[in-house]
Write a protein that binds this ligand. Sequence first.
Ligand code: XMP
Length: 513
Amino acid sequence: RLLIIDFGSQVTQLIARRLRELNVYCEIHPYNRVDDAFLKDFAPKAVIFSGGPASVFAEGAPMPPAGVFDLGVPILGICYGQQVMMHCLGGRVERGHKTAEFGRAYVTPTEDRLPLLDGWFAEDREQVWMSHGDHVSAIAPGFQVYGTSPNAPFAITADPERRFFAVQFHPEVHHTPKGAKLYENFVRLAGFSGDWTMRAYREDAIEKIRAQVGDQKVICGLSGGVDSSVAAILIHEAIGDQLTCVFVDHGLLRLNEAEEVVSMFRDTYNIPLIHADESDLFLGALEGVSDPEVKRKTIGKLFIDVFQKHANEVGGATFLAQGTLYPDVIESVSFSGGPSVTIKSHHNVGGLPEKMGLKLVEPLRELFKDEVRALGRELGLPDRFIGRHPFPGPGLAIRCPGEITREKLEILRQADAVYIDQIRKHGLYDEIWQAFVAILPVKTVGVMGDGRTYDYACSLRAVTSVDGMTADYYPFTHDFLGETATRIINEVQGINRVMYDITSKPPGTIEME
Ligand code: XMP
């Protein structure tokens, strides 16, 4: 296995992700927990030093244990990791205000060949992402330079004999397009065969959950989405009936959704589940409310109360399980306290653990969405479930601008089901990030047969996106749109007009509210 020593970079998890993509097992450990005894016990086959925000000049600057250089295994230092390596092995690092460098740069190779760079330089230079204040000004004995950039004469350095490699840039980020190749070369020369899989991740995660939870009880809020479902199934596999799931049904779910979730958890996976059908409570509280933020806050607050009430029924739980993913972790780190405007109050259970005095179990904290899907597949979840479009916590409430009534919700459910059926039938579901119907707060006049109708208008939304932060509307053909509008009007009582929403994000948002 490979050890990543974390010096505090925002992107350390991306290194782990690149390695998992190469089917190499790795673990991230913070530098201050890695000492010589740890190294002996861990026995890494290779080590990576991450980047980090510190300066090697600072008092108490983060350092690796001295013994790491005597293990005889390959080491790759990235950014701060490079500076630390040079500092420890007899090179020199300088403070650089003038030479600080952030952003895109181009590295050119020197004359000498380095196995780490096999197949890396496409032409005579390669794009990389730099982000550093200090820089190396003299390399350590035994090292040579293999790549330079205008501002980083020591962009790529190595001591091939000892298999120590140190780069100034970040090969793990997207803006170093061929960074994965460097990691591939590194793990190959460290002797990894690339046979690690999601199955191994699953087994390892189960061990960790058992070690963390012991014989205590855990409660898990199920939303019916992929993340909380995968977390619950994994935890159940680890600790069986010590886990109870609470599924808060706020009456704002899609057609048949509650039944499907309940039956999957109870019947397929045999997981103890409390189905809290609280639709009367939620819909009652939302009566007469049309302001989007009031809607969101009402639902969010009630959700916490209801969840707490049902979780207390379990009695004696000490842990709360959450399907937090790595992008949620980075977002909350990098944006916490920042001066940003609230566009929409997101529905989540933040604050619940403290309120209820619960500790957290978050077995997906290191994973990205597509890895969670792979883990879900590994746990036997059907593809159709795993590939489902995201669905917001406040549910249909935010797809029903204006006042919410049971009648409108019912019409919306029917129309949405027809629309999604159309998209699946045309084989478009997986190309689309999210698709749904919204029922508009207007009635318009139509004619059906010989009669006049006066019914609701609805709008169809379909967008492509990579992360939900920006989105483009999906370019359906006119045939598809025409056929879908006809089906909705014919099959759904209460709708007589259909629009297609062609707003991208920005300036629109994906949901209506
Ligand atoms: P917007 O509408 O802000 O949505 O462009 C971006 C993505 O976030 C989802 N969304 C939510 N998800 N709780 C959630 O869990 C919420 O309160 C919430 N509001 C929006 C939305 O469906 C889209 O995928």
